[in-house]
Write a protein that binds this ligand. Structure first.
Ligand SMILES: [Zn+2]
Ligand SMILES: [Zn+2]
Length: 276
């Protein structure tokens, strides 16, 4: 079976019809279970956690979102209730208070901002030309590993999303990769192989091949997700991602229910892909 736990409803109305379109797309993509993971910063209940100059709109009622997904679950649809939470340094207690308010199946941790800079936002891409690329990568990995150390999360999203526009530092990132992998392993977190990068200017999976190799060799558990914001992107390029996992000898993937992790072997899945 396949599952996709990184899916956003934010580009449509938060109603049953919109949710149903994602379920239908999942069925067409051969994805058996779908996990929704709205950005926590979109919820009124988190207003004030992230700096005002990040310009994030807190206009959705988290209660409504949770109820919508919960109802689909109660009606027997193969869905999970998740959330994607941006790490906010110094706001750990507020993040924890918010997370503990709802019955999530899993919590995804991510980094999209270096101080006030939304480095992966198309409207802020020009700022890459005013920054040291080396420093941006350093700062990103510091935030990412700080986030992992909080243990607030179950899954760490798109591990090298910092490469989104294709800006790369000179020299090797191997030491950063190793340090990051060690921290994820110690925190018993799972890392995401995300196909979203294929749909971005960088045009490749997150994490990069060498990073994936280091994470796998360190024994960090993986999950494969799409980060879909539209129904048609659910399960996007999963065959490629499964083959990628196999290349780095990843033999099992994480699933979650009520924040408990289980590991599912992907052998039979791969056998199917390879025989196609
Ligand atoms: Zn994200
Ligand atoms: Zn996302």
């Amino acid at each position: 079976m396949k599952w996709d736990y990184h899916v956003h409803l934010e580009q449509g109305p938060y109603n049953k019809e919109w949710l149903r379109q994602f379920l239908e797309a999942a069925r067409l993509a051969d994805v058996d279970e779908i996990g929704f993971s709205e950005h926590a910063y979109r919820f009124r209940q988190t207003e004030g956690i992230w700096p005002g100059n990040w310009n994030l709109k807190a206009e959705v009622d988290a209660d409504h979102y949770v109820r919508l997904v919960q109802e689909a679950k109660d009606n027997g649809y193969p869905v999970k209730l998740g959330v994607e939470v941006d790490f906010a340094p110094g706001k750990e207690k507020l993040l924890e208070d918010f997370i503990l308010q709802y019955p999530w199946d899993y919590v995804i941790g991510s980094v999209h901002f270096i101080e006030e800079w939304g480095f992966d936002r198309p409207d802020q891409e020009y700022l890459w030309n005013h920054r040291s690329v080396e420093k941006a990568y350093q700062e990103y990995f510091t935030l990412y590993t700080e986030a992992a150390k909080t243990k607030l999360f179950d899954i760490m999203a798109h591990p090298d999303v910092i490469k989104v526009f294709g800006y790369r530092p000179d020299g090797s990132l191997l030491d950063e990769y190793r340090r990051c992998a060690e921290i994820l392993k110690q925190a018993d977190l799972c890392f995401e192989i995300s196909t979203a990068g294929l749909r971005k200017p960088v045009g490749e999976l997150y994490p990069a091949p060498e990073f994936t190799r280091v994470l796998a060799e360190t024994g960090v558990v993986a999950i494969i997700n799409s980060d879909a914001h539209r129904p048609e992107d659910v399960g996007h390029s999963f065959d490629l991602a499964y083959a990628y996992a196999r290349k780095y000898s990843i033999t099992q993937l994480a699933r979650f229910a009520e924040r408990e992790r289980s590991l599912i072997p992907i052998t039979s899945e791969l056998a199917k892909i390879l025989s196609d």
